[in-house]
Design a protein around this ligand. Sequence first.
Ligand code: ATP
Ligand code: MG
Ligand code: MG
Ligand code: MG
Length: 483
Amino acid sequence: QSAVSSQVRRTFLDFFAQRGHEVVASAPLVPQNDPTLMFVNAGMVQFKDVFTGKEKRPYTRAASSQKCIRISGKHNDLENVGVTARHQTFFEMLGNFSFGDYFKEEAIVYAWELLTKVYGVPASRLIVTVYNGEGGFPADEEAAAIWRKVTGFGDDRIQRLGLADNFWTMGDTGPCGPCSEIHFFHGNEPDLSRFGEEPRIDGSGWTEIWNNVFMQYDRAEKDGPVTPLPAASVDTGMGLERIASVLQGVTSNYDTDLLRGLVDRAAQLSGKRYTGSTGADDVSMRVIADHARTTAFLIAEGVMPEKQKREYVLRRVMRRAIRHGHRLGIEKPFLHEVALDVVRLMGDVYPELNERRELIARVTEDEEVRFRATLKRGMKILEERFGAMQSTDARVLPAEAAADLYTTYGFPLDLTQVICAEQKFEVDVAGAEAIIRGAEETDGPINPEAALDPAFREARGRLQEPVTFTGYDAEEGDSEVVA
Ligand code: ATP
Ligand code: MG
Ligand code: MG
Ligand code: MG
């Protein structure tokens, strides 16, 4: 059976559809039902109210492949991107859900059958984990017993972990319960003694691929006691890129057909070779590949690189990618080219990309042109500063200087920090922030960069309307971009 990612996604959804699950389209990345969340970061988000019973659906089982971004709040993987083999800011989460329907037994049987029978993953390369009771909830002996029965594993392959890894909560209140993870060993001989170690940078070692959450308790008050939920539920999540790497026989998400074409594009644009190493150039290429996806998907939903919260996160991600391109020696705007590859690669599965192709290219290029100009100005000023600081042995860039770069030249504070850190200088960030806040209080919000093209603003309202779901069937485009 083919392991191309479109097939891996399709197989997952078909497997659960055949077992009575409604296949539900990915919700938008911008949460529709949760003002506390910046971006959807798990498959369960669109079902939150169904789990709590606030909302009723005509089905009690569902499956989806959900667009996720983990770049803020409790789940922030930004600093991991490019550095670990398994994290992106943007990824797809495959999930099956039971709303008070089946519970642990079926969930475990399904997961095991799909992995080992349908996908053909060797059991010898898998370890599962269950909750050990740390923190006072009952240890999940029930799940351990089911795993033992279903897999034949002994205790060495049914690991017991604590609250941080194996107990899930929706928030300070609401549904919660133990979870059970499945880990895969990348590399030559599966080595049980290495479980719990961070996988090596090439990806070898034990990597979590699938998390099964068993919602069985409810908590009415923060830190209060839990009571059993009237109907226990299941929420699972498996990273598409992670299972694709397993099935494609590669150790890194960035070597799967979902990402490798984008990495190769970054290599081609920079005239350098990608070697899959920990070297700075390879890290930069992976960062560009990931951030181009986040960029394309967010702009497709009408999020523009601007100064409000969510918009600013996008801007920072884009600028981070551009900075990495800059350090690879790419001299002209390039991020829009990688973003267009994202459209080609995934537009059949996510039609919003095709529909907003022109806009994605235009907004991305525009942002890069503007940022490169800012970068040039800011770098020049900083270099003069560094020269002066070196002659007096000063190690800290004064608050006024950092604030002035921002208020007068639009040079973001975080970027000033990154560049200073590269040169082993510090920045008086707190001081600079205080000055900027003060200036904003008297003069209103500072927007030193030219306003966005009014056409983008006008387009935004229209863009935030939902896109028609055409199904996950499309396949053709998925392997098109192998630059
Ligand atoms: P990890 O410990 O590797 O950071 P996690 O425990 O934070 O993963 P979960 O919150 O359990 O991840 O999410 C469910 C699944 O989603 C994970 O098992 C993994 O397959 C996938 N996943 C989570 N974060 C990422 C990411 N940043 N990039 C790609 N896949 C991810
Ligand atoms: Mg994580
Ligand atoms: Mg984990
Ligand atoms: Mg997990």
